[in-house]
Design a protein around this ligand. Structure first.
Ligand code: APR
Length: 237
């Protein structure tokens, strides 16, 4: 049987059951912090220490959390599908640690830092990289400050060409754990619909763009996604 080309887009909700806070739920990160204070280029220019402390705390948290059943289910789906692309808005590394490969991180990654001069990113997760002290790059003759390797509000998401290529040619498009507020990620379902794909949503509550989906599965991703993955695998054996 011809397997469908599957694209999955994940958001903060997929990591919620691992203990990573989402942004816009009750108790989410944006309840405690103003986006303008910690997640914009202006914030970094105005108060780099505050921005640095915010991201260093989140980087340290990576050492304490584990992938959940939803991350593992997507790794299983990838192993069973010939044409599969995983796009995530998440900056954690739980997809990779759950067994997924070639994950496209459109909003950057916590485990890497970026040299402000060369723009080169490198994995920096040693204990000495995780303190509140400034990290200096290893690529420049005169080492310069590194910034979080995160796409802030007002910056262009990463890998957009690869993302659009995958979405515009997919046959099944699945979104997991995203509130549908942040573009361009929230608009990818429209591109998938235009491409004629079947669009499926797995989310705790109906997001703002719920009406764009053909099938909506409401509940915790750790429970619902393994069931959906089993169904997709057995439908396409
Ligand atoms: N299972 C499934 N969905 C869940 C779960 C769960 N266990 N827990 C929460 N959710 C859902 C919530 O109902 C919500 O709709 O996940 C969604 C999380 O939404 P947001 O916090 O807005 O996260 P996300 O959509 O990924 O945010 C997009 O915003 O601040 C930026 O750059 C940040 O990448 C992020 C972007």
């Amino acid at each position: 049987m011809n397997q469908p080309r599957i694209v999955v887009l994940t958001g903060a909700g997929i990591s919620a059951e691992s203990g990573v806070r989402t942004f816009r739920d009750n108790g989410g990160l944006w309840e405690e912090h103003r986006v303008e204070d910690v997640a914009t280029p202006d914030a970094w220019a105005f108060d780099p220490e505050m921005v640095w402390r915010f991201y260093q705390a989140r980087r340290r948290q990576l050492l304490e959390v584990q992938p959940n059943g939803a991350h593992l289910a997507l790794a299983l789906l990838q192993k069973n599908m010939k044409q599969f692309t995983l796009i995530t808005q998440n900056v954690d590394d739980l997809h990779e640690r759950g067994g997924s490969s070639d994950v496209i991180h459109m909003h950057g990654e916590l485990r890497t830092l970026r040299c402000e001069a060369s723009q080169r990113s490198e994995v920096r997760m040693q204990a000495s990289d995780l303190t509140d002290d400034v990290s200096l790059c290893s690529c420049c003759a005169n080492p310069v400050r590194m910034r979080p390797d995160i796409v802030w509000f007002g910056e262009i998401p990463m890998h957009m060409e690869a993302i659009l290529n995958a979405v515009e040619t997919c046959e099944v498009f699945i979104v997991v754990g995203s509130s549908g507020h942040v573009y361009p990620a929230a608009g990818l379902v429209d591109q998938a619909n235009n491409a004629g794909a079947r669009t499926i949503l797995v989310n705790l509550e109906a997001p703002v763009n719920a009406s764009a989906f053909d099938e909506i599965l409401l509940g915790p991703a750790g429970e619902l996604l393994p069931q959906l993955v089993d169904r997709l695998i057995s439908d396409n054996d």
